[in-house]
Structure formats: C-alpha cells, structure tokens
Design a protein around this ligand. Structure first.
Ligand SMILES: [Zn+2]
Ligand SMILES: [Zn+2]
Length: 145
C-alpha cells in the first residue's frame, strides 16, 4: 500500500499500487480548470483497493457534470480521490500520491480539448474524446464495465 495526502495533510488515504488498473492523462476542459494545469493525471483503481486514512470529513465534492463528483480538500483545495456514477472505479489524482505508484500513464483522453500550448505525448494511445468501446477494448482485453 502507498499513501496519498492533500497539501494541508488533513486528508490522507492509501491505495494498493499493485492493483492499479490504469493511469490516464485527461485533457478535457473540466480537468484543466479543476487542476489549473495542462491536463489531469489520474489513476483508476477498484474501490476495495482504496481506503481513507484520515480527514474524510474535510473532503467536499463539486459535480462538474451530472454524476461526476470532483472531490477536493475544503481546507487547502487539493484534488482528492473521487467516484463517478459513470465508472466502477475510484479515481485518484496522481499528484496527491506520496510515493511512487510504479506506473506511468497508459493513455491520453479528450485530446480534442487539449491546451493549445501542450504537446501531447504521441507515444501513448490517444483519443480525442472519452474513447469508444473499441478503443478501450484494444487497450484492455477484459471489458471494464
Ligand atoms: Zn487539505
Ligand atoms: Zn477530464
């Protein structure tokens, strides 16, 4: 297990890094706004491989679109792990981890919305949007949902 935390350290959590399903770079406008960066890098993991350790009461959410609960620490504003009604996975903002998860991004998504100054890493599979079922089937032989 490795730990993650927010900037003020009120919120801490752990994930089982051996169970990481994927790490994606999301270039959508919502991820750019909420991170203030070129794109968001997120780890997908099953809910049973994630635990809050402290400060869950500091975690608030904002629904950036229906069912997409953007979580953040209400004391320091750091992005925090979240769930979405559209996905079976818990999403971990990779920058909140305090140790090396021993994975690197597998995929770029929503490159159609990328920041004009950002140069996409073309060595990764990329989708201009969420990606079709065929796109995901090629990356992950087992169906995800
Ligand atoms: Zn905090
Ligand atoms: Zn996004």
């Amino acid at each position: 297990m490795i730990h993650g935390s927010c900037l003020c350290a009120e919120v801490t959590f752990e994930i089982d890094e051996s169970k990481i399903i994927m790490m994606n770079n999301c270039h959508c406008a919502n991820c750019r706004k909420v991170t203030g960066a070129d794109y968001g890098t997120f780890i997908q993991i099953s809910p049973q491989d994630f635990n809050w350790l402290s400060g869950e009461e500091y975690v608030s959410t904002y629904d950036s679109s229906p069912g997409n609960h953007r979580a953040f620490c209400k004391k320091c504003g750091s992005r925090m792990p979240q769930t979405s009604d559209a996905s079976p996975f818990t999403t971990i903002p990779a920058g909140s981890l305090d140790a090396d998860p021993k994975v690197t991004p597998n995929v770029n998504i929503f490159t159609g919305s990328k920041a004009p100054w950002n140069i996409i890493d073309d060595s990764l599979p990329s989708s201009i949007d969420m990606g079709t079922p065929e796109f995901w089937a090629k990356l992950f032989p087992q169906p995800e949902k």
